[in-house]
Design a protein around this ligand. Structure first.
Ligand code: SAH
Length: 297
């Protein structure tokens, strides 16, 4: 038993105690090294890929921030170019505007980029108000209703009305005029002189286009091309006529139009429907409504 115990005593520590001191040292050093390397190994596994990952994320974020900043900056620039051109169109004569835009059609594109952006902010596109009311005037089976769109912009009115079909035919023929032709549907001209025959039009439209210091000339031109009894449709931003709507209606009467319908239901836009009478427009009538100034956003 004692022998056994003795053997046991001897055997147990034998595995350790029989090692030399230097071997113990080496083993301890090895253990430390192993634990260090495994620890550092796990660190490398998790941290090394993490480092470039976070750098990439930071980089992506920076690029995104920079491009959204550039976008904001560009939008601001477009916005201020648009507001400037808009103000110019309201404060110069149509002859000057036509000359300027004909020489630099790029300005027209700049203006319309801003205008399109502006339209998107509104609860309703005013052209759609015109579309709805003109659609109701279509004569089924008869000759097409001839519409003249003064200051048509992108010719949205023509594009929409030309898609309407009645008995497989389009009941509308739309002539679109603007300072620059944005597409084939548009005739470039100063709308105080449009290339249409007198009395050849059933409906004349001004949708946000009564700009220029010689607004009365545009209305006179509409009077010339409309047939007697023809309809003059005006859609404008309400704030342009804050206190002088009556003056405006009086001017339109002096220019040979009778008011048929005044629609102020829409929060932003005023809609007028007038009838061409046989009265000749009075000469030297002038009228300028307030310019429509678009806010900086
Ligand atoms: N009616 C369109 C565009 C309105 S913006 C719409 O509602 O979407 C006003 C438009 O009137 C601009 O395209 C501008 O170029 C045009 N315009 C202003 N003065 C003009 C003139 N003298 N002759 C032709 N177009 C004119």
């Amino acid at each position: 038993m004692s022998k056994h115990k003795k053997n046991n005593k001897k055997e147990q520590p034998a595995s350790v105690s029989t090692w030399s001191k230097s071997k113990k040292k080496r083993m301890r050093a090895k253990k430390v090294k192993e634990s260090c390397s495994s620890a550092s190994g796990s660190k490398t596994e998790t941290k090394r890929p993490a480092k470039p990952q976070s750098t990439q994320l930071d980089f992506d974020k920076k690029v995104r921030n920079k491009s959204s900043l550039m976008k904001k900056f560009k939008a601001r620039l477009w916005g201020s170019r648009f507001r400037l051109l808009n103000e110019e169109l309201y404060t110069t004569s149509s002859t000057e505007a036509f000359e300027k835009f004909s020489k630099q059609p790029k300005l027209f594109e700049e203006y319309h980029q801003g205008f399109r952006h502006q339209v998107k902010q509104w609860p309703v596109n005013p052209v759609h108000l015109v579309v709805n009311s003109v659609k109701k005037m279509a004569n089924a089976g008869k000759k097409p209703l001839v519409v003249a769109d003064f200051g048509c912009g992108d010719a949205e009115l023509a594009k929409t009305l030309h898609q309407v079909k009645q008995n497989r035919k389009c009941p509308f023929k739309v002539h679109s005029f603007d300072l620059v032709a944005a597409c084939d549907l548009v005739t470039a001209c100063d709308m105080s002189k449009v290339p249409l025959q007198p009395g050849s039009v059933h409906v004349a439209v001004f949708c946000l286009s009564l700009m220029g210091t010689n607004m009365a000339d545009f209305v006179c031109e509409a009077h010339r091309v409309l047939q007697i009894g023809g309809c003059l449709k005006i859609v404008e931003v309400k704030s342009r006529f804050d206190s002088d709507l009556d003056d405006f209606l009086k001017t339109l009467s002096q220019l040979g139009f009778d008011l048929l319908h005044k629609d102020e239901k829409n929060k932003m836009f005023l809609q007028l429907e007038l009838r061409k009478t046989s009265r000749k427009p009075q000469k030297d009538v002038s009228f300028t409504a307030k310019p429509c100034i678009y806010k900086r956003r």
